[in-house]
Design a protein around this ligand. Structure first.
Ligand code: B3K
Ligand code: ZN
Length: 876
């Protein structure tokens, strides 16, 4: 396929200041009339043909300034419309009529129908599946949209902007006209037409603009949209308070649809959501679902400024809107919930999703320089690492200068299609700092490593830190330049407090942040009378790996005493991870695993320390996942040994703390009615973490079975079910609970996703048969992205022993499914296929089998560009 390169960016010869669209909606034959005002960008473009993008389009009619175009004047293929003979005037009008079939659209890009609702998805390049256009983000246009449809089946007609007109038409049809005054790129266009229920509310902005809010969901599910509405209003308020940003239309609509390729989409004034991220109540959604809804509602709303008012010049700049908007939604959640807990959750996600990407064949810079399929670049690197880079800018500049930079960004670039350079420039200007070395975080792929060696001289009170940075090679980037790494740190004294030094030389330190900029820093502190423990990369100030020569006792000390909660969590996690790695080596060598007393004891101390929030204690007690451990080991992975070693540690912790955990479990039982707030959710998460430990012994199903039975909410019910399935897959209690769940929720697809997910994660060689059987369950559908992700996505990403079965059957099954999904939906298939990206770190036999599966996909004829791109890069 074609490779797109950043350095090839050129401004378009033409602009489209105005776009008028008329949709005559029909399930199989929708007619789209697009009337474009086109402007030549400058005189040098005179004579240049106008080339519009299309994708599988069927041209019905074409007029220039109101007259049909002669056959020789243009050339139309499904993928391109080229107009050769253009008038000499600098502005002209083009009217294009196309016909599309929304019902046949299973790729869920462009205009499609989901459960009887017409909907669109245009980012990144879906608009060209609706009509011919300059489908690139730097073409900004004001849109006026007329929708016409059957009134009985589509009483609701929505598009971007403000409603201006509506009325009835003969033949049971009706129409509505929408006007969006804010110039926008085509990827932000949207329409929705259907018969939906609605929850309405109002928000009054800081300058007293009244905004009518609507959340549209499947009829009968309106009560489940209440939390999303609450989250929306809180997001609108927060953006005013924290960034001074106000909403800019009279209406704001959200629509939930059940077939959606990703989480949600920020179309101007008309956000479209995967219903999974809108619908929630205590009976059907978990605390994690509530938190995700809050975060995603906020994320899409925040895009109104970071993405829509200021958009991206080209798709290479995707992180300009995504990384920044993730940073904003993280900050929102931190303010709404608990900052320390939120930060730990973010870092866990980053390590689980971005680190493996950065350390494997799909590694790419936060701002990539080339792509073959842009949809494959909506990655953890662009989103999560992109957010970390913005966070580092704030760390380096301080909160005040950061806000000043953001203000300048909005002031200067409102209405622009901007670049990362534009973004960095505002921060350089407000702070007077040179961010050119820092900018490498955008340009260079891979996770840098920082190694630290300390030596302390008690006699002289000198502490020397030898710090060295290195960045491993990534595909296409064998030599790396030196990065600017802001390393937050503390020197923890014997009383657990941070020590204060007299002087320091060898590196710049500001507000507890040491700036690593050279390959090596020899940093000398004076006035340090006792040997400190090093608390490094506090708050995960930089997305790096650390190699520190330290004694396990020092880590244990930090896990108990570090004044920085993030670092305490990090120290404990490091101890746990090392213990599991050590035990897995023993088990592989046929020896007995030993876990020592330190970790179980620490777990007991932290579990019962009521100065700590419950949510924090739950996170501290959560062992690193099997995948986390595999990533730490890095090569020659045997998932079975890791699972056994990890289970051994669970049992050791449970054995040492049985009575304490049981008492605490009882004490944490909810006495009040369910509320989804952070404190209540934290209590449930700690209690459910304890349940897992308490259920780890042979035959220990009683507590989980009882919790399942008595659960008053989905959090407790699904946690109990998961414990039963993960710990006691064959127990009668487990079978009974699975059957009960299916009876209760069989009609509710979103809840059944949890049922698929829980079973897909159950460890062991038998998992494959379970998953294979579940693909024939009436509730499963290969055409629905949520179903595919919950069953197959969970199996490949969260079931290390089942998916990576030694005989390679897991990979074989997976490849079959990926190819089946690809027939309908290349984007979902390509995303799914990234489940094999870490194949090279497996032990030799599994590695060979995984490669066979990848090669089989790669050698399939007529592979979509999406899937081809992923498998070829994965194999390269
Ligand atoms: N901007 C969309 C993602 C579009 C993905 C296209 N393949 C959602 C978001 O990040 O808010
Ligand atoms: Zn986004």
């Amino acid at each position: 396929g074609q490779v797109f390169r950043l350095e090839d960016y050129r401004r378009s010869d033409y602009r489209i200041p105005e776009t008028r669209l008329a949709f005559d909606l029909d399930p199989e034959q929708t007619t789209v009339v697009s009337e474009l005002v086109i402007e030549r960008a400058d005189d040098s473009a005179a004579g240049a043909p106008l080339v519009l993008d299309g994708d599988g389009l069927d041209l019905v009619a074409l007029e220039l300034n109101g007259e049909a175009l002669g056959e020789n004047a243009f050339e139309a293929t499904p993928d391109r419309l080229t107009i050769h003979a253009l008038p000499t005037d600098s502005t002209f009008r083009l009217t294009i009529t196309t016909r599309v079939n929304p019902s046949a659209n299973q790729a869920l890009m462009g205009l499609y129908r989901s459960s009887g609702v017409y909907t669109t998805q245009c980012e990144a390049e879906g608009f060209r599946r609706i009509t011919y256009y300059l489908d690139r983000p730097d073409i900004l246009s004001v849109y006026r949209v007329r929708l016409e449809a059957d009134k009985a089946t589509a009483p609701l007609l929505l598009s971007n902007g403000n409603p201006v007109e509506a009325g009835d038409l003969p033949g049971g049809r009706h129409f509505a006209v929408w006007d969006d005054p804010h110039p926008k790129p085509s990827y932000l266009f949207a329409l929705v037409a259907g018969d939906l229920g609605v929850v309405t509310d109002e928000f009054v902005t800081m300058s007293s603009r009244r905004v009518a809010l609507g959340i549209h969901v499947e009829k009968g599910k309106e009560p489940r949209a209440a939390y999303a509405m609450d989250a929306l209003k809180r997001s609108m308020k927060w953006d005013e308070e924290v960034f001074g940003l106000e909403y800019d239309l009279d209406v704001f609509n959200i629509v939930a649809v059940s077939d959606f390729n990703m989480g949600a989409m920020e179309n101007k004034g008309l956000n479209i959501f995967n219903d999974k991220y809108v619908l929630a109540d205590e009976e059907t959604a978990t605390d994690a679902d509530f938190a995700n809804i809050e975060a995603i509602i906020a994320h899409e709303y925040f895009h109104n400024w970071t993405g829509n008012r200021i958009t991206c010049r080209d798709w290479f700049q995707l992180c300009l809107k995504e990384g920044l908007t993730v940073f904003r939604d993280h900050e929102f959640s931190a303010d709404q919930r608990s900052r320390a807990v939120k930060r730990i959750a973010e870092v866990r996600t980053l390590k689980a999703h971005q680190f493996p990407e950065d350390q494997g064949p799909l590694a790419h810079p936060v701002r990539p320089r080339r792509y073959r399929e842009i949809n494959n670049f909506y990655t953890a690197t662009v989103y999560e690492k992109g957010s970390e880079v913005v966070r580092m800018i704030r760390t380096i500049l301080g909160a005040e200068a950061f806000r000043a930079g953001m203000d300048l960004y909005f002031e200067r670039h409102d209405g622009d299609a901007a670049t990362i350079e534009d973004f960095l420039t505002v921060f350089e200007e407000v702070s007077g700092r040179d961010l050119s070395q820092f900018a490498l975080w955008y340009h260079q792929a891979g996770t840098p490593n920082v190694s630290v060696k300390a030596s302390h001289n008690a006699a002289t009170g000198e502490l020397v830190l030898d710090i060295e940075q290195s960045s491993p090679p990534t595909p296409g980037e064998s030599r790396k330049r030196l990065m600017h790494i802001p390393l937050a740190f503390g020197l923890v004294g014997p009383d657990g407090r941070d020590m204060v030094w007299e002087s320091v030389e060898g590196a710049t330190i500001e507000h507890g942040v040491l700036h690593v900029r050279k390959r090596k820093h020899h940093v000398r502190f004076t006035g340090i009378s006792e040997r400190p423990r090093l608390s490094l990369n506090r708050g995960f100030s930089a997305p790096i790996t650390l190699s520190v020569e330290e004694k396990p006792e020092d880590r244990a000390f930090l896990a108990r005493h570090d004044g920085d909660l993030f670092s305490r969590w990090q120290a404990l996690g490091g101890l746990m991870s090392d213990a599991i790695i050590e035990a897995s080596k023993h088990l592989r060598d046929g020896r007995k695993a030993e876990y020592g007393r330190e970790i179980p004891e620490l777990c007991g101390v932290i579990a019962t320390d009521d100065r700590l929030e419950e949510a924090y204690r739950a996170l501290a007690l959560a062992l690193p996942s099997e995948a986390d451990v595999a990533r730490e080991i890095g090569a020659n992975i045997d998932p079975d040994a890791i699972l056994a070693a990890r289970n051994g540690l669970v049992e050791a912790i449970a054995a040492a703390n049985g009575d304490t955990f049981a008492a605490l479990y009882d004490q944490l039982a909810d006495s009040e009615p369910f509320t989804p707030d952070a404190a209540s959710a934290g209590r449930r998460s700690l209690r459910n973490m304890l349940l897992d430990y308490l259920s780890s012994g042979p035959g220990a199903t009683g507590r989980a079975a009882a919790q399942y039975r008595d659960a008053g909410n989905m959090t407790d019910r699904s946690a109990a079910l998961s414990v039963l399935v993960m710990r006691h897959p064959d127990a009668a209690d487990t079978k009974a609970a699975l059957a009960d769940f299916e009876t209760r929720f069989g009609d509710d697809a979103l809840v059944m996703d949890k049922w698929f997910q829980i079973q897909a994660a159950a460890p062991g060689a038998g998992a494959l048969e379970t998953v294979r059987t579940l693909t024939t369950h009436p509730g499963f559908s290969i055409a629905n992205p949520n179903r595919v992700r919950s069953l197959i996505g969970t199996f490949s990403s969260a079931n290390q022993t089942g998916f990576h079965r030694a005989d390679g059957e897991g990979y074989r099954f997976f490849a079959d499914i990926v190819l089946q999904v690809e027939q309908r939906n290349p984007q979902v298939a390509a995303r799914l296929a990234t489940g094999l990206r870490s194949w090279r770190s497996l032990e030799p036999k599994r590695k060979a089998r995984a490669r066979e599966a990848l090669l089989r996909i790669a050698s399939t004829e007529n592979l979509s560009p999406d899937l081809r791109d992923i498998v070829e890069r994965t194999l390269a």
